[in-house]
Structure formats: structure tokens, C-alpha cells
Design a protein around this ligand. Structure first.
Ligand code: TRP
Length: 327
């Protein structure tokens, strides 16, 4: 069985882009696909490069787990775990760190394009792709669903796998393939890609008031209620079309073209549609968040299974490196 590995950082509660782009398609593959086995993990160690407060990371981790479960992930058919619960991955990352050329890593775009003072960033941010490669190669995952921005990281993982395989003269690591998720790109309230760092998110798991506020913040032009509007260039309709049916979207488009329908009206419709469409997921999410010990239990079951696999794999790798077997 081929292994699919999906990682999502715990940098905040999952927004609409995460849900439509990652969570729903991954659950579909995890629950329905008999040919594949899914490893789904919450990359809390990776989140440490962005968030200093561990309590915040911990809380975000619960939110991510609750979101996967609220959308119906069946944990009997897959592994759902916290990255930090399987800390063997950091050992593998160290081995990778020790031979990956420094110069090459400075070219990784996540590091290169960071618009911050390079003297202020952590080593963790620099070696971020190495830990990601360890996440993948530790389990010999073959398929890694990612957005375009992560393709280079998969390339790095492949390079590392290749290097090691050549070094030991056998196929110690499966070469992972990126599965490019086209629907990963969901626009945010400002028309740019939805992302926490841009503060343009629609978060379906926030309170009604906050959600409404986010939707009211969607940028529009300044046409009056009376005026005809262009549905093709409008962000409200773009978001609405992602969750409404084709017919419903057509109806909204017609109202835009006809005029006498304001952006406020469209925003209210989008808001109500979200509340209605995701009512059961919202309810489950809030109930999971009230029961963190249940979340801990579910995550620890996943971690235990993942740890067993990781332990065996790591020992196999240690053997090639001439290190002792660890029990
Ligand atoms: N870097 C990924 C992101 O930001 C998260 C991640 C960490 C990941 N490790 C991974 C994704 C391994 C896939 C596989 O989206």
C-alpha cells in the first residue's frame, strides 16, 4: 500500500483555504481509498519557527485536530498524530542536516525570500526543509499532497533520499512525489492567497460575530447598491462559488449584473451560507474543543502507532550509519 503523508502547521485554527484545499481532499483519500494509507500529522515542531509561545502552538494543535475530526476523518483507517509526539523525526533530521550542503539550503525559497533581517531569524527556519524531509522519509511516504509553495521542499526530500540510497547502495528511502493540490489556492478577503500571515482569512470555526466581521472585511469596489456589478472581478462571489452550488452561484451572478443588489447583501448571503453549510462541522468542532482530553487520547493513539513504525525505520537507518540499535 502506498503511503500518503499530509502535514499541516499549527499556526492558527484552520481557515477556509486549509479546509477546502487540504482537509476535505485528504479526508476523501484517507477514508475512501483502499489503495493508500494516510499519515496525517500536525506539524507543531515546524510551527515553533513562527510562534514562540508553546501554549499557543498547543492550542492551535487542538484546533487543527478538532477540524480534521469535525470534517469526518476516520482515525481507524489512518494515522492522525502530533509531530512532536514522534520526536524520532528530529534524530533523522539531524542526520540529514549533517550532509546537506549549507550553500544549497541557502537557496531554498522559504529562507531566501523571507523579508526579514537574516541576522534575526532562527536556525530552525533555515533548516525547516530538512525537518520536512525527515517527516516524509521517516515513513517512506510516496505521495505528499502540497500546494505550489511546497514543491521545492519535496524536491529537497527527493534529493536527500537519492543521496542516502546511493551512499548505502540500496533503496533505504522511497522517493516521494508531490501531489499538487490545485484547489489549495483559495483567495482571501483581499483577493490574495488566503494565509494566516496576510490576515485575510475566513475562519469557519470562529464565533458567529468574528466570522461575520471577517466576511464584512472582504474587499470590494465602491459601487452603490443600485449600480450593476461585475461578478467576474469580485471576491465575494469567488468565495461563494467555492462552497455554493453552480446554480446558487449563477443566481448571485445574475443579481450582480442586474443591479439593485449591494455588496453588503452578498456578504450576508455568503455568511449565512457558511453558517448553514458547515453547521454540523462547527457543532462537532466546538464540542471537541470542549473536550481536549478526548483530543489528547485520539492523538496519542495515532502517535503510538506512528512511533512504532518510526522506531523500526529509524533503527534500520541507524544500522546503516553504524549506530547502535535503540530499544
Ligand atoms: N511545510 C508544510 C506547510 O507549511 C507543512 C509540513 C511540514 C509538511 N512537514 C510536512 C507538509 C511534510 C507535507 C509533508 O504547509
Amino acid at each position: 500500500m502506498e503511503k500518503i503523508l499530509t502535514g499541516i502547521r499549527s499556526t492558527g485554527s484552520p481557515h477556509l483555504g486549509n479546509i477546502l484545499g487540504v482537509i476535505i481532499p485528504s479526508i476523501f483519500m484517507a477514508n475512501k481509498n483502499m489503495k493508500h494509507y494516510s499519515f496525517i500529522f500536525i506539524a507543531d515542531l515546524h510551527s515553533m519557527v513562527q510562534i514562540e509561545n508553546i501554549e499557543t502552538i498547543r492550542n492551535n494543535t487542538y484546533q487543527i485536530a478538532a477540524a480534521w475530526l469535525a470534517f469526518g476523518l476516520n482515525v481507524d483507517n489512518c494515522l492522525l498524530y502530533r509531530q512532536s509526539d514522534v520526536s524520532l523525526v528530529t534524530e533523522l533530521a539531524w542526520y540529514f542536516n549533517c550532509f546537506y550542503p549549507y550553500k544549497r539550503l541557502t537557496l531554498a525559497h522559504a529562507f531566501k525570500e523571507k523579508e526579514v533581517d537574516k541576522t534575526k531569524i532562527s536556525v530552525g527556519l533555515f533548516t525547516y526543509p530538512i525537518l520536512m524531509a525527515a517527516d516524509i522519509l521517516l515513513y517512506n511516504a510516496k505521495i505528499v499532497p502540497v500546494g505550489k509553495d511546497q514543491l521545492q521542499h519535496i524536491e529537497i526530500a527527493r534529493r536527500i533520499a537519492n543521496y542516502f540510497n546511493k551512499k548505502v547502495g540500496e533503496k533505504l528511502f522511497v522517493l516521494p512525489n508531490a501531489l499538487l493540490q490545485k484547489n489549495m489556492f483559495v483567495i482571501g478577503t483581499d483577493g490574495k492567497k488566503m494565509s494566516k500571515s496576510k490576515k485575510n482569512c475566513i475562519n469557519i470555526f470562529s464565533s458567529n460575530e468574528v466570522l461575520k466581521k471577517q466576511i464584512m472585511g472582504i474587499r470590494t469596489d465602491s459601487k452603490s447598491v443600485k449600480e450593476k456589478k461585475n461578478p467576474e472581478t469580485d471576491y465575494i462571489i469567488s468565495l461563494y462559488s467555492l462552497i455554493a452550488s453552480l446554480d446558487q452561484t449563477e443566481i448571485m451572478k445574475k443579481k450582480y449584473i442586474r443591479g439593485g443588489y449591494g455588496y453588503y447583501d452578498a456578504k450576508i448571503e455568503l455568511y449565512e451560507h457558511i453558517i448553514h453549510k458547515f453547521s454540523s462541522e462547527r457543532e462537532k468542532f466546538f464540542s471537541f474543543m470542549k473536550n481536549k482530553s478526548l483530543l489528547d487520547k485520539i492523538l496519542s493513539v495515532g502517535a503510538k502507532k506512528a512511533r512504532n513504525i518510526a522506531h523500526e525505520r529509524l533503527n534500520c537507518i541507524r544500522k546503516h550509519l553504524k549506530f547502535n540499535y535503540i530499544t
